[in-house]
Design a binder for this molecule. Sequence first.
Ligand code: FPP
Length: 253
Amino acid sequence: MTGKNLYIDPQRLPRHVAIIMDGNGRWAQRRGLRRVRGHAAGAESVRVVVRLARELGISYLTLYAFSEENWQRPAGEIRALMGLLVRYLRREIGELRKNGIALRTIGELGRLPPEVQEELARATAKNPPAPRIILTLALSYSGRHEIVRAIQTLAREVQAGRLTPEEIDQTLLQRQLYTNDLPDPDLLIRTSGEFRLSNFLLWQSAYTELYFTDTLWPDFREQEFLEAIADYQRRTRRFGLIQEQIAADSDGI
Ligand code: FPP
């Protein structure tokens, strides 16, 4: 698949792409619009990126739609974001199912307004049986909270005598994360020129390739997404090994 001057190798696609969708507010402010208009334009980028990820054959796409910290924003902005989410789910769910896109969520869903929870439950109940891509929305999500929650679960197991502290390892902890049925992201994209993880997938990003772009999320469309994937494909992932070991490993395949 090609974009403008870009070649994407279908054999070397990231299996899991995670995105911190940042810059909606600045996009709107630069146009003299209210911040909410930026979120609405950002919702259109979500549609575009989901469709392209599916067409390319990416298996997992995870979007940071609302962080636990975002609860501290003005009530009007939170209401508008929740409204956008409900509208997105109502409008898109038929399309998602028809196109083999399954929806799942990570985060403290219990904190979301009942209407959003109901819409999410309705949407996920209609997931296709054999999805081509899993779309995960991070909602009221905090990476640190996720890790603390996992540790609490393991501590309760130790307290009940079902587990010893020595038996706790990375695999056991990973199983208690929201993402226990997802592979770690291969590529994490952040828009709007910020160089931070902002509490997103902290455990899961240990070996993830990071891609930062100045483009604001509402302007992040097909071409920008293809550029991020092309950049990923130019990298060598070593996972702590040396280059010769990687070469020997791929020779053996
Ligand atoms: C960050 O921009 C973006 C968010 C906090 C919300 C992301 C939400 C959407 C893209 C729309 C709805 C989502 C779905 C899944 C339909 P910002 O407000 O922090 O921008 P700023 O840094 O320029 O202020």
